[in-house]
Design a protein. Structure first.
Length: 223
């Protein structure tokens, strides 16, 4: 896969993709976190001047990526929606149309903190999971700090929106999304275009993978 980095975790191949997603070949799954669909519309509703079209662009990116890797399903690690959608709203209709356009591709969402209240709003043709979801050998969760630290299973999570600072010419730095590989888990960058980021510092035995539009760049493992 062009520009991707392969990890071998518990004898399972995981591909870190420049599109800020993970492909798990044996599970047939494309894994993303923090899409925050509906965020631009929600902020515009509150009178904020924000760029339009980000949701449509992110849906197109995700559709293309599903086709490129041949994923049979999507696993979303929480905050699929920025806030609950009224079932008859225009954004709910767009989401419904997009979900149906994926055909047989299944969508599984581990509900995040922004997905609260979805039971009373639009749910779509989606399998919603409350709490952690376990598929050997991985545990999928939105925020792995909410689970007991003694859990030995390797987790994939989101919530943090990790970014790393890259220093360029003239000592200027820019922040780019990053995968954060920890001893017992992998934190994914946010997939959504209109989301912020949290600057992370790896601890001992941890590693960051900076993400550019073309490739994933591994940083040295911190001793």
């Amino acid at each position: 896969m062009s520009g991707a980095v392969e990890l071998l975790i518990q004898d399972e191949a995981l591909w870190l993709l420049p599109e800020r997603a993970v492909f798990w070949p044996r599970g047939g799954a494309l894994i993303v976190a923090d899409t925050h669909f509906g965020k631009s519309g929600a902020l515009a509703h509150h009178g904020l001047a924000i760029p339009g079209g980000t949701d449509d662009a992110d849906r197109r990116r995700l559709t293309t990526l599903i086709a490129d890797v041949g994923a049979q399903r999507i696993i979303v690690l929480g905050d699929f929606l920025h806030e609950p959608l009224q079932p008859q709203s225009s954004e709910a209709m767009r989401m419904q149309t997009w979900c149906e356009s994926l055909g047989s591709t299944k969508i599984l969402v581990i509900a995040g903190n922004h997905d609260r209240g979805v039971s009373s709003g639009w749910r779509g043709p989606i399998e919603w999971i409350a709490g952690a979801h376990w598929e050997r050998p991985f545990r999928f969760i939105h925020d792995d700090s909410m689970e007991p630290m003694a859990d030995p299973r390797f987790s994939m999570s989101g919530h943090i929106h990790p970014v790393v600072a890259l220093r360029g010419l003239r000592k200027r730095s820019s922040r780019v999304p990053a995968f954060w590989l920890r001893k017992r888990g992998l934190v994914l960058p946010s997939f959504g275009s209109f989301t912020g980021g949290y600057l992370v510092q790896p601890g001992s035995g941890e590693q960051l993978f900076a993400v550019s539009p073309e490739r994933v760049v591994p940083f040295p493992l911190r001793p």
